[in-house]
Design a protein around this ligand. Structure first.
Ligand SMILES: NC(=O)c1ccc[n+]([C@@H]2O[C@H](COP(=O)([O-])OP(=O)(O)OC[C@H]3O[C@@H](n4cnc5c(N)ncnc54)[C@H](OP(=O)(O)O)[C@@H]3O)[C@@H](O)[C@H]2O)c1
Length: 290
């Protein structure tokens, strides 16, 4: 464990969800780049060895499921924030509730928003005094998604939470800039992490619904998407720019073919894109199962 003096001399970051995927990768990467990482995990029992062995990473149990658990977890974190404050809060933890928009339960929608939006907002409010204490240049970084800019069938809940995040963080950026703090979004396409395979088998609960013919192939689609996704290292450059640039861009797009994404979201007519997606799902004419 690092000494208090060691923590004081490095810039300190708080990153959520560091036991897996992007959070795990950037914690290790940024600790090598000379940052002190305070990282959160849902359960202490899930911490990979390479995090435990790293002297520049401190791990805290923080479940994001509700306000009480979150505030209780933050009590331990605040004690380890050095006297000169927190340089950055990286809002990374997130999850996917997949399924047909009309068949996902309302409690599942609420849970999706709790983890992907409200928990992040709550943590920003808790971190704010420490970011202000650090002073000008301290920043909030949100790991956003292209799903915050482009709707996809069977991802309605996730997409809604990420669109809401886009709006919230754009507003936050304009607000925090008034007090000298920066806000940056990393808008990522599909990256090779466990987030999608955590969905394997979960769509079976929609077997009796309207869309089962499409969802039956969900497991193979998830595995295909994973095999085509970008390596974790793709995020290294944008995260470093977001952290180190004195005037970072409002957002960094991390996508294999950026031109394709711009074409789909900004240039092609929406009805054309709708038809493309429908054809891709092999559904030439809309059908309703009775
Ligand atoms: N991978 C992609 O293709 C992609 C693309 C764009 C944006 N993103 C965004 O990137 C972020 C990280 O995703 P990832 O791909 O790295 O996924 P991941 O490997 O599944 O990691 C997600 C992290 O969030 C944590 N988390 C989820 N629910 C939690 C809860 N209730 N309480 C505490 N921690 C919780 C997870 O903990 P557990 O392991 O305990 O669940 C894990 O540490 C997410 O916000 C995601 O939306 C991902």
């Amino acid at each position: 464990m690092p000494t208090f003096t060691e923590i004081v001399t490095l810039k300190t970051l708080l990153i959520t969800g560091i036991n897996s995927g992007i959070g795990l990768h950037i914690s290790l990467y940024l600790s090598q780049k000379g940052y002190m990482v305070l990282g959160t995990v849902r359960r202490n029992s899930q911490v990979p060895d390479k995090l435990l062995r790293n002297p520049n990473i401190q791990i805290f149990e923080l479940c994001l499921d509700n306000d009480e658990q979150l505030e209780r977890g933050f009590q331990h974190i605040r004690k380890m924030i050095p006297p000169d404050g927190l340089y950055a809060f990286i809002n990374n933890a997130g999850m996917v509730v997949a399924g047909p928009a009309t068949e996902i339960s309302l409690p599942d929608y609420r849970y999706q928003f709790q983890i992907n939006l409200f928990a992040g907002i709550h943590l920003i409010q808790l971190c704010l005094p420490y970011l202000i204490r650090y002073g000008t240049g301290a920043r909030v970084i949100h790991i956003s998604s292209v799903s915050g800019l482009f709707g996809s069938p069977f991802l309605g809940a996730y997409v809604a939470s990420k669109y809401a995040g886009e709006g919230f963080f754009d507003s936050l950026r304009r607000e925090l800039s008034l007090i000298g703090l920066r806000t940056v979004k990393i808008v990522a396409g599909s990256i090779n992490t466990p987030i999608w395979e955590k969905q394997l088998g979960l769509l079976d609960k929609f077997e009796t619904g309207n869309y089962w013919p499409y969802l039956q192939v969900a497991n193979s689609s998830i595995l295909k998407m994973k095999s085509e996704s970008m390596p974790l290292e793709t995020i290294n450059k944008p995260i470093l720019k977001a952290l180190e640039h004195t005037c970072p861009r409002p957002s960094y797009l991390v996508y294999k073919k950026k031109w394709m994404f711009l074409l789909l979201t900004k240039i092609l007519p929406v009805t054309f894109v709708d038809r493309m997606i429908r054809n891709r799902l092999k559904m030439k004419t809309p059908e309703i199962r009775t």
